[in-house]
Design a protein around this ligand. Structure first.
Ligand code: HEM
Length: 418
């Protein structure tokens, strides 16, 4: 039994590397050992305190006074000086909802509550269904497709563009900038690449500032109009910087997560033919299956927190200023919460308590939209593509990110009637 003071860094802590190919492919065996032997430890490679147990993650999420969300998306407290130089051309800090604590969080979340109300989301169903079917029409007769590149990437991208009120023609560009933002905030890429991404980040800031100015002159029925700050003549009780950062964050939060949700979910289902058959024959199994997909393969591996005062968590002492990496990916496989946790089981009765959408005040405000998109995507794909299967001649390829989990390519095939 190892002591649990988090230091000195033992071999297990040093071996933790979510960017290593084997841990990208399957990190779960390592997490099982970590939860048992070193549930909270300091990773020397990332200079982060990694939190692996469900109960400890939930405690961090609940206690926003001890564990601040400032920098929740950023692996490092400060960017490299070269990166900072570029970022200084725009706003110095990224002030979005997910990176805020009360009372700022409460003020901004109220705006989001209106912008993503259940009525607004429900009203999007016909557009989501039409977009889904339009995309499937494009490949239904081909008998095979890369599900990520030709479907799972486009569907949430188009829908979040519609919701924000920007042109679908801008989706590719916006996705490129969102990827820049992810690379920048993970802070694991070579510095030259981070600098390049910082330029993309600044371009995205300018894009949304321009859009907000347009909306302040000519309001529309869209989410960007709801984000126009009072200083620009709008209604949102936030600064211009907060409005721009939140628009940027919505674009990436609403896009890449849902892409991975659909991709990983389909991979899980196609890897379990009996469960695939059951869902296909009874679509009422789908809602629970979606939660089980999110539990088994959460699109966000984990987020960050900052310790505000010297404290202890799970018996481990943490100094003020320590940066935490709360690993939903591990919490979702915690054997004290889920029986036989590494098994994918669409009938699991407690799948819903997964951590894929977080917990507490930061619980994903876009969860109803993500689930609606997921439900419609699976319904239409399963109904329209008979004998759906993974391609054995083309490998599925995962994305190598610290914070995100999902596929870059997922080749699938089906039978095309003669
Ligand atoms: C399957 C898809 C999605 C997953 C897995 C996901 C995951 C998450 C997680 C884990 C959090 C909590 C962060 C924390 O505790 O620090 C979160 C928050 C958030 N998500 Fe999502 N999300 C998804 C889809 C969406 C969509 C579609 C949108 C926008 C329409 C969205 C917008 C947000 C926002 C704005 C927050 C911040 C909420 C707050 O801090 O109060 N997400 N999401």
């Amino acid at each position: 039994m190892t002591t649990q003071n988090g230091r000195p860094e033992d071999d297990l802590a040093a071996a933790f590397n979510p960017l290593a190919p084997d841990q990208i492919e399957n990190p779960f065996a390592m997490y099982t050992r970590l939860r048992r032997e070193r549930p909270i430890f300091h990773s020397p490679m990332f200079d982060l305190w990694v939190v692996t147990r469900y109960a400890d993650i939930a405690e961090v999420e609940r206690d926003t006074a001890r564990f601040s969300s400032v920098g929740a998306l950023e692996a490092r407290a400060e960017p490299h000086p070269e990166v900072r130089k570029v970022l200084a051309q725009g706003y110095s800090r990224f002030l979005s909802l997910v990176q805020s604590d009360p009372p700022d969080h409460t003020r901004i979340r109220n705006v989001f509550g209106r912008a993503l109300s259940p009525q607004r989301i429900a009203a999007m169903e016909p557009a989501i269904r039409a977009t889904t079917n339009g995309l499937i029409d494009g490949f239904v007769n081909d008998g095979q497709v890369d599900l990520i590149q030709q479907f799972a990437y486009a569907l949430p991208g188009f829908i979040i563009c519609d919701l924000l009120g920007v042109s679908r023609a801008d989706m590719q560009q916006l996705k490129g900038w969102s990827d820049d933002k992810t690379v920048l905030m993970s802070a694991t890429a070579p510095i030259e690449q981070q600098v390049e991404c910082a330029h993309g980040f600044i371009a995205m800031e300018r894009y949304f500032k321009e859009k907000l100015l347009e909306r302040s002159r000519k309001p529309r029925e869209d989410l960007l109009t709801l984000l126009v700050p009072q200083s620009m003549g709008g209604t949102a009780p936030m600064s211009e910087q907060e409005a721009v950062c939140n628009a940027m964050d919505l674009m990436s939060a609403g896009h890449e997560t849902t892409t991975s949700f659909i991709g990983s979910g389909m991979w899980l289902l196609l890897s379990a033919p009996e469960q695939l058959k059951a869902v296909r024959e009874d679509l009422s199994l789908l809602p629970n299956a979606l939660d089980e997909m999110l539990r088994k393969e959460p699109p966000i591996r984990g987020f960050f927190r900052q310790v505000t005062t010297d404290t202890t968590l799970g018996g481990v002492s943490l100094p003020k200023g320590a940066r935490l990496f709360i690993l939903y990916e591990s919490g979702n496989h915690d054997e004290t919460q889920f029986s036989d946790p590494d098994r994918f089981d669409i009938r699991r009765t407690d799948a819903k308590k997964h951590l894929a959408f977080g917990k507490g005040i930061h619980f994903c405000v876009g969860a109803p939209l993500a689930k609606l998109e997921g439900r419609i995507a699976f319904e239409q794909l399963l109904q329209r593509l008979p004998n759906l299967r993974l391609r054995t001649d083309e490998p599925a390829v995962r994305r190598p990110y610290l914070m995100l989990r999902g596929f870059e390519h997922l080749p699938i095939a089906w039978d095309v009637p003669a």
